[in-house]
Design a protein around this ligand. Structure first.
Ligand code: NAD
Ligand code: UD1
Length: 339
């Protein structure tokens, strides 16, 4: 079986994808610099799959170390998760984001060229669509000017891949994630944000666990049925599975062009208040929340048209938003030693 490099493989989505790859028999090697993860995630992966993957603590910004890694490790495909992802931080420190999210991709692609590695999967985001003109969003929707440097790095990354695939032997797939939530059903791995969570679901589960006094709902005066923003929340285990399917498509040469793009979402939009009430139902806890002013940069409503992933990739989500919340809650309780 092919050896697959997973960059950022100790992070939230990467760790779930490592497990999904191992379950399909792939041999995985992880590169991660632990800037937003812990080495103990390896233990969680091993508990689920029975296999401790090879791990290299390498900072992908260090070009010489990247070159050395590829000189020593024969790789057949790469899934590139490693990046900085906090939208607010990217506004405050854009150069950190341009360096970490752009340089690292360029260095990896240079090694692909040097070592004839053809198969590349990239973590993109629905953020590339900005405030969409039409819902649900198809892959043909225009890419709008990015609101944040983080969003801009994803657009530039996609352009770099498009241009690179147009000339050499590289074939790449960009996966545009909607809102990943939840944890592995075993609760051995999950999302563990450092510091105060910026994203909705970890803030909800930490409030439920008593770590946070109160959740702020950013606005209830949007033009949506209940006034709060709408997103497409996808279970991280479904998302992980899609990476295996996309990789297999490239390995089997089933792709129809050298660069392809897919939306990864459920196709169903849920409002912030709906998520809160669903959490209350699955946890049996009343959540302390208050309505506060809108958060700058938030779009009103985004959810995916999933037809392309369904028909071309042959992949569909299996889990509901409620099941994802249940797994997130189980994980939070385990991490906090509750129950
Ligand atoms: P994460 O922070 O949990 O995982 C990223 C991992 O990459 C971390 O373990 C971090 O230590 C590592 N990393 C960062 N910079 C590195 C470097 N220079 N060298 C080596 N390792 C490095 O994030 P995640 O939520 O798992 O996101 C994975 C990818 O998916 C990112 O590219 C992110 O932008 C993208 N994405 C995430 C979301 C989301 O909501 N989580 C949505 C859309 C897209
Ligand atoms: C954000 C980023 C997106 C990035 C993703 C993962 C923006 C515009 N988008 O998505 O690019 O890929 O994070 O890091 O920043 N909310 C609250 N209270 C909270 C937290 C969130 O009401 O404490 C609301 C938000 O206003 C939003 C929804 O919950 O309506 C989801 O927010 P969040 O989880 O941060 O994801 P996005 O903003 O959709």
């Amino acid at each position: 079986m092919a050896k697959i490099l997973v960059t950022g493989g100790l992070g939230y989505i990467g760790s779930h994808t490592v497990v999904a790859l191992q379950e399909k028999g792939f041999e995985v090697v992880i590169i991660d610099n632990l800037s937003n993860s812990e080495e103990s995630v390896l233990h969680g992966i091993e508990k689920i799959s029975g296999i401790r993957p090879q791990f290299e603590n390498i900072d992908l910004r260090k070009k010489e170390l990247v070159q050395q890694f590829f000189a020593e490790n024969p790789i057949e495909g790469i899934i590139h998760f490693a990046a900085s992802k906090a939208v607010g931080e990217s506004v405050e420190n854009p150069l950190l984001y341009y360096e970490n999210n752009i340089n690292t991709l360029v260095y990896l692609l240079q090694e692909c060229e040097k070592h004839s590695i053809q198969n590349f999967i990239f973590s993109s985001s629905c953020t590339v669509y900005g405030e969409p003109d039409q819902l649900p969003i198809t892959e043909d929707a225009p890419v709008k000017k990015a609101i944040s440097p983080y969003g801009n790095t994803k657009q530039i990354n996609e352009e770099i891949l498009y241009d690179t695939c147009a000339v050499g032997n590289l074939q790449a797939i960009s996966l545009r994630y909607f809102n990943p939530i939840g944890a592995h059903p075993s609760a051995e791995i999950g999302e563990l944000p450092k510091g105060t969570p910026q994203n909705l679901v970890p803030f909800i589960t930490q409030t439920g666990a008593g770590l946070r006094a109160e959740l702020s709902v950013f606005g209830d005066d949007y033009p949506t049925p209940d006034g709060s923003c709408i997103r497409d929340y996808i279970h991280v285990v479904d998302l992980a599975q899609a990476h295996v399917v996309a990789l297999q498509r490239l390995l089997d040469n089933k792709n129809t062009s050298s660069y392809e793009v897919f939306n990864l979402g459920t196709g169903k939009g849920s409002s912030v208040l709906e998520v809160i009430h669903a959490f209350e139902k699955v946890s049996g806890k009343k959540l302390n929340y208050k309505i506060v002013p809108r958060r700058p940069g938030d779009v009103i409503s985004v959810y995916a048209n999933t037809s392309k992933a369904d028909e071309v990739l042959g992949w569909k989500t299996k889990y509901s938003m409620e099941e994802a919340l249940q797994s997130a809650w189980k994980w939070e309780k385990k991490v906090r030693g509750l129950d």
